[in-house]
Design a protein. Structure first.
Length: 257
């Protein structure tokens, strides 16, 4: 009898252990175990976030948003001090200037956020922005800093040019005041630097062309301090110089701020 009792007890123990093992496996498979007991492979897969399709008007959660980072408006006194550190000399010849060859294709994605610079600046400077996908700005409203006038922007073959991206330090001016000595990477950074870019009205951009502060200033006088301050900041950042007439014009503007 004792041997039979021991046999029955052993068999019962085996079935009990086997039953617990099967139950534990079932709970694990069903995802009912605490997170600390889950398999690491369950959380090591690729990011499930995907780009919206071409017809989407909203960015997917976690998708790259256009950069809104921009340098703060410089203080007039600080701009005057910085201006005093810039070399002063005449312009170099424009020989060899080529926008694409020297400053890169318009527009690049130098900050690697997935959006080109034009769309970054439109998203930053326009209000009521509607996008197609995470980057492409389709509509919005611009108050041009150069005039104060309001423009309803609509992307299109004949309408996109109503809002243009101005280089505060024009690229040809940069080329003639030191950018010839910069590396290609530095010139491309200058051409796409948010501190050197404003979304503006078409007329102002066409009127300015490659002018510096001595030959062109925004019609909106209240914006001139910001405009010249950015010019000084950009010229200092990229080790460019100013001409005597340009320096004098900058001083006149900043002295009135």
């Amino acid at each position: 009898m004792p041997s039979r009792r021991r046999a029955r007890t052993s068999a019962t123990s085996v079935f009990l252990v086997l039953g617990l093992a099967i139950a534990g496996y079932a709970l694990h498979s069903a995802g009912l175990l605490p997170p600390a007991q889950a398999d690491d492979a369950a959380t090591s897969g690729p990011d499930a976030t995907s780009d919206p399709g071409p017809g989407s008007t909203a960015s997917a959660s976690g998708a790259s948003e256009p950069s809104r980072a921009s340098s703060p408006d410089p203080d007039a006194a600080a701009s005057l001090r910085l201006l005093a550190t810039l070399p002063v000399k005449g312009k170099a010849p424009a020989t060899g200037y080529d926008r694409t060859a020297q400053f890169g294709t318009a527009w690049l994605d130098v900050d690697h956020n997935g959006c080109d610079t034009r769309n970054d600046v439109l998203a930053r400077d326009l209000t009521a922005v509607v996008r197609q996908g995470p980057c492409r700005v389709m509509t919005g409203t611009l108050v041009s800093p150069y005039t104060g006038g309001s423009i309803a922007f609509t992307r299109g073959q004949t309408t996109s040019t109503e809002v243009q991206i101005d280089h505060v330090v024009a690229l040809e001016n940069a080329w003639r005041t030191g950018a010839q000595q910069l590396s290609q990477t530095s010139r491309e950074a200058l051409a796409n630097d948010p501190a050197n870019l404003f979304a503006v009205d078409q007329h102002s951009n066409a009127q300015k062309r490659s002018g510096d502060a001595a030959t062109w200033l925004p019609a909106a006088k209240g914006f001139r301090c910001t405009y010249v301050g950015h010019q000084v900041m950009v010229k200092a950042k990229y080790r460019l110089w100013v001409t005597p007439a340009e320096r004098d014009a900058m001083i006149r503007v900043l002295d009135r701020c």
